[in-house]
Design a protein around this ligand. Structure first.
Ligand code: GLU
Length: 482
């Protein structure tokens, strides 16, 4: 049987990193099994609907390269893929339950239901609506809620992650299937849709585990084959023991994109948060993840979100793209991340800068701060220079002499041999001739060129800056020390 999985988000806001894994794992499984991955928009809670949220979901999945085989924008045999447009389908299933005596129209006013709930709370007993099931029920028509008629029993089932499960009658209830506004509840709609769409693996957050007996009752009442159920443990907030949520500052996935995180890194990080293939490997391409993914290696306990690890992984991915696919491939990703002053410089020049700085980047947006001095003369910050931990041991006149000697030596190198190798030998000669420590000499030149907390190797920095700019900057500092 073809494996069919789905991601079924509700368009109630942005997709944050805590919930996008419910898209990644179904995608990986479907691709591994040469099956189908469906995107379905669960938008029947009209009160929580957020304008633009569907586009954000699509955008997020596309950015992560989790392309769906059926769903919005691409269509498919079970279209439409928006639940709000599938009312007739739910109503048809509802009629089947009514005819089988397993659903009833509930005329009870909400205030009355509240009263029942309160009674139970006061008596400290669980509120189960089936204990208050009305006896006289009208014929169902939209405008009146439709409820399931539970026939509580013991259930056993297997959850592919959590293992063998069982539950008694205590959680099975007369759940609402169709609301007063005619839209189905999640509880009913997802059962119908998963069946209609041929979903073989229902993969979703573990928060749905406790409602599973109600879902099993619905599968049985409708005569549907149960799909495989896969509960994904929560991603935990960095502190405490709670699920990572928007309230803990869980950023949207696309915010990370805007901060210069690569989709490869995001996918890699999230896929490995709560799953491993039993090896020590940490960096996986999407293809490797597809090949290695397995349900039985999803961990049962929550995995803690660690942004530092994500950023480390992003740095690894930046290096990998550069080393494996070359500067052009990495450069393509950097649009919008350069400092404004870079606009006045050629693509070739920016690529040179990228080639010597890429291995220091954690995110692409680091380019903004880390490369500004390649594109415009830095502001002289004599305090930074004089207070440098290596340079503060030298007097101002020593600094001045050292700088002048360096300028004279470097000036002897003509434009034609102003390259990393000759610069390195010139710097080595300077070290010998001045008798200074590398930390002193190189810090002085480096700071005079960049006034930045760090920069790539000095010879590379000078090669990229070029002879004129390098000497001009050193001269400007020499004048300022005098
Ligand atoms: N619409 C549900 C949610 O966003 C989906 C749960 C599921 O995947 O069935 O939480």
């Amino acid at each position: 049987m073809e494996t069919v999985t789905r991601f079924a988000p509700s368009p109630t806001g942005y997709i944050h990193i805590g919930n996008v894994r419910s898209a990644i794992y179904p995608y990986l499984l479907a691709k591994q099994q040469h099956g189908k991955f469906i995107l379905r928009i669960e938008d029947t809670d009209r009160g929580r609907y957020v304008e633009g949220a569907t586009e954000l979901i699509e955008d997020t999945l596309r950015w992560l390269t989790l392309d769906w085989d059926e769903g919005p924008l691409v269509g498919g045999p079970q279209a439409p893929y928006f639940q709000s447009e599938r009312k007739e389908i739910y109503h048809a299933y509802a009629k089947r339950l009514i005819e089988a005596g397993r659903a009833y129209a509930d005329p009870t006013p909400p205030e009355q239901i509240e009263q029942y709930r309160k009674e139970c709370n006061d008596q400290k007993i669980p509120f189960l609506y089936r204990n208050y099931r009305p006896t006289d029920t009208p014929e169902w028509h939209p405008g009146i809620p439709l409820r399931f008629k539970a026939e509580p029993q013991n259930y056993q089932w297997r959850d592919e992650v959590m293992g063998d499960m069982h539950a008694g009658p205590e959680v099975q209830d007369d759940i609402i299937l169709i609301k007063k506004d005619g839209y189905p509840t999640y509880n009913f709609a997802h059962i119908v849709d998963d069946a209609e769409m041929g979903v073989t693996h229902v993969m979703r957050g573990v928060e749905y585990l406790s409602s599973t007996p109600n879902y099993l009752a619905l599968y049985d009442a409708l005569g549907l084959t149960r799909p495989k159920l896969v509960s994904l443990p929560h991603i935990l907030a960095p502190q405490g023991n709670k699920k990572l949520g928007k309230r803990d500052g869980a950023k949207s996935v696309t915010e990370y994109r805007d901060d210069g995180v690569l989709p490869e890194a995001m996918l890699n990080y999230l896929a490995c948060l709560g799953w491993n293939d039993g090896t020590e490997q940490e960096i996986y391409t999407k293809e490797e993840l597809i090949e290695r993914f397995s349900l039985d290696r999803i961990q049962t306990s929550g995995a803690r979100y660690d942004e530092t690890k994500l950023l480390w992984m992003n740095g690894q991915w930046i290096r990998r793209i550069f080393n494996e696919r070359g500067v052009d491939a990495l450069f393509e990703r950097t649009e919008g991340f350069w400092p404004d002053v870079a606009d006045e410089h050629s693509v070739e020049y920016r690529k040179k800068v990228l080639s010597i700085i890429y291995d220091r980047l954690k995110t692409l947006s680091d380019l903004r701060e880390m490369t500004a001095y390649f594109f415009a003369d830095p502001e002289l910050d004599m305090n930074m220079l004089l207070n440098n931990k290596f340079l503060k041991k030298l007097s101002e006149s020593e600094l001045e002499n050292l700088l002048k000697t360096s300028i004279a030596k470097l000036s002897s190198l003509p434009e034609t041999t102003w390259n990393a190798d000759s610069l390195q030998s010139t710097l080595n000669q300077l070290l010998q001739e001045t008798g200074k420590k590398p930390a002193e000499l190189f810090s002085l030149i480096r700071l005079a060129l960049s006034f930045a907390p760090f920069s790539p190797a000095l010879n590379l920095t000078m090669e990229v800056l070029g002879r004129d700019a390098s000497l001009a900057r050193l001269n400007a500092v020499a004048r300022a020390i005098q």
